[in-house]
Write a protein that binds this ligand. Sequence first.
Ligand SMILES: Nc1ncnc2c1ncn2[C@@H]1O[C@H](COP(=O)(O)OP(=O)(O)OP(=O)(O)O)[C@@H](O)[C@H]1O
Ligand SMILES: [Mg+2]
Length: 180
Amino acid sequence: MTAAQHTPPIVESGVRPGASAASASLQSRQWLWHGEQDTERFAQQLAALPALANAYVTLHGDLGAGKTTLVRHLLRALGVQGRIKSPTYAVVEPHEAPGLAIWHFDFYRFDDPREWEDAGFRDIFSSPGLKLAEWPEKAAALTPPADIAIHIEAIDEAQRRVTLMAQTEPGRLLLAALKP
Ligand SMILES: Nc1ncnc2c1ncn2[C@@H]1O[C@H](COP(=O)(O)OP(=O)(O)OP(=O)(O)O)[C@@H](O)[C@H]1O
Ligand SMILES: [Mg+2]
């Protein structure tokens, strides 16, 4: 039996085209970042929410949209020290913040489902701690639904349109706790 068969199907409760504006407002929120300073401020705000400690957060957007940049600011805001390596080749990079385990996945090069078991990804997802994932689409059959999906769209060199979608109840609470 493959790993995929063990995994419950992903239930998409986020906003879909055609969802009513009222339900959309409960489940998704949008920001405009005018430069990396806004990205940093947003990361600091997110890091201050205690419920983030056990969340699964996915990051969506084109190459260079700013997914890793947000993760780096978030890791710093959570208290991760030293060099922050990007996980592109290793698929996952573990980090330690005070009292918090964090795993930063980049599934861009993930193409062998056996790695899910062999590299211990299943164990990571069942452990307490914050899980962050770039290119989650590439492991969509194996991962649980994200609490929050962050979509980043580059408008120009510095500006980013950012949409957060809550896909679980803890995700909705997190989303509601963020300032405009
Ligand atoms: N407001 C902003 N927020 C985030 N990044 C920004 C912003 N403005 C400019 N940038 C720049 O955009 C680039 C984003 O690169 P980054 O590596 O974070 O992208 P990525 O989405 O992780 O790409 P990939 O899919 O290749 O992993 C960086 O060079 C960063 O400095
Ligand atoms: Mg990246």
